[in-house]
Design a protein around this ligand. Structure first.
Ligand SMILES: [Zn+2]
Ligand SMILES: [Zn+2]
Length: 386
């Protein structure tokens, strides 16, 4: 089942507005809260079900004629979820098999083709925002989300600035055509709460120098340093999308979780959204590695006053306390340069950006080292937050 939130005033398709945090009709300007739109949708759905049941009793059997397009709501009664098989007879491996789904647009009747993880998209014929309800309900329902707070033109502007700053960027690249594929996407993330117990042993060295006659003496005192640290790391994020690059998503952090809202479908209207491709169990190893690094850095950070601290042993135990499935907002600009594909991303809440510019060969050699240094600096800065 797919749905488009329609304006109670004029039945136009409504979008979530990043600035007001409300649903807005681009046709008549009407604004409603997310909660109101969801409530209206549920009421319409109940009416449609009642009408369908009544129609069934009368044995008209024509579910298509049930008018559910009253005002808003508009649940598509003829949507179909089917798998398209490859039609070529060449044998294919499992990796080549894409599970495509076809839905019918509730506004224009056009076909909407998606993959098996798409949860929110647009009709390619009429452009109406379209949600795929079964990707967002039951087990697949996210518990919370951070709504988009930054508008699309800000993302485009940031991208332009980024390309202008890029002394590496050949001027041809900045042409308008490269900026057309800007999309707001709700990326599925798992948030993990871990309790960590770190038992850390090190050799702490204090070095003193002494001049005795014509000799310069160096004394090294060794201290056995032990640290036992218990720490709680809450809401450590890991993106559960196979489409998004893990490292790129990590670089978009931090998100401000205090702005998190209870999940309601209308938030996704006007954006793309993906459901999680991986379970929290599948994601756990990646997060555990990260949490272990935090724990160790935390323990080491408490050891001060030594010239050298050499790790002698460490024992890190982690216990998983909670996981939560959430959607986080990301602006993505896909661009192409000389046949290569690149991606620029912006945190849809904070405006933090990350991207890789295409590099012109002549300058690449000189600059590549410093770019790596910047990325490395970012990473270590995050490690050091804890
Ligand atoms: Zn309207
Ligand atoms: Zn359409």
């Amino acid at each position: 089942m797919i749905l488009t939130y329609k304006c109670p005033g004029c039945a136009g398709a409504m979008n979530f507005n990043e600035t007001t945090g409300k649903m807005e009709c681009p046709f008549c300007g009407r604004a409603e809260t997310v909660e109101t739109m969801q409530q209206l949708y549920l009421e319409e759905e109940a009416k449609a079900e009642a009408a369908a049941a009544a129609a069934g009793e009368m044995e008209t059997g024509h579910i298509d004629t049930v008018n559910i397009d009253v005002g808003m709501g508009a649940v598509d009664s003829v949507s179909a979820a089917t798998s398209i098989e490859h039609t070529d007879d060449r044998p294919h491996t499992e990796e080549e098999q894409i599970d495509l789904r076809v839905y019918t647009c509730s506004s224009c009747g056009g076909e909407i083709l998606t993959d098996d993880v798409t949860a929110a998209t647009f009709c390619s014929y009429c452009g109406n925002p379209t949600l795929i309800a079964e990707q967002l309900t039951g087990q697949k329902r996210p518990s919370r989300l951070i709504p988009f707070m930054i508008q699309k033109d800000k993302a485009v502007e940031a991208f332009r600035e980024w390309t202008h700053k890029g002394i590496l960027t050949p001027s041809t690249f900045r042409s308008k055509t490269n900026l057309e594929k800007t999309v707001g996407i709700y990326v599925p993330f798992w948030l993990f709460d871990y309790g960590v117990l770190v038992n850390y042993q090190a050799d702490g060295q204090i070095i003193t120098h002494e001049i005795r006659g014509e000799y310069r003496l160096t004394h090294t005192d060794h201290y056995d340093v032990h640290r036992k640290i218990h720490a709680e790391y809450d809401m450590v994020p890991a993106d559960a999308s196979k489409e998004m690059d893990d490292h790129m998503m990590d670089c978009l952090e931090p998100f401000n979780y205090s702005a998190m809202k209870q999940f309601e479908m209308p938030y996704l209207s006007g954006f793309y959204a993906e459901k999680n491709s991986y379970t929290d169990e599948e994601m756990a190893p990646r997060v555990k590695t990260r949490v272990a690094q935090y724990g160790e850095a935390h323990a080491r950070g408490t050891i001060r006053g030594y010239a050298n601290v050499i790790t002698k042993g460490k024992d890190i135990r982690m216990s998983l306390k909670k996981t939560e499935y959430v959607l986080l907002p990301v602006w993505i600009i896909n661009y192409e340069y000389k046949g290569e594909h690149y991606r620029f991303a912006m945190n849809g809440q904070t405006g933090k950006t990350v991207g890789v510019l295409p590099v012109s060969k002549a300058k690449a050699g000189i600059m590549f080292g410093s770019i790596m240094a910047v990325i490395w600096g970012l990473l270590t800065a995050f490690g050091g937050v804890f």
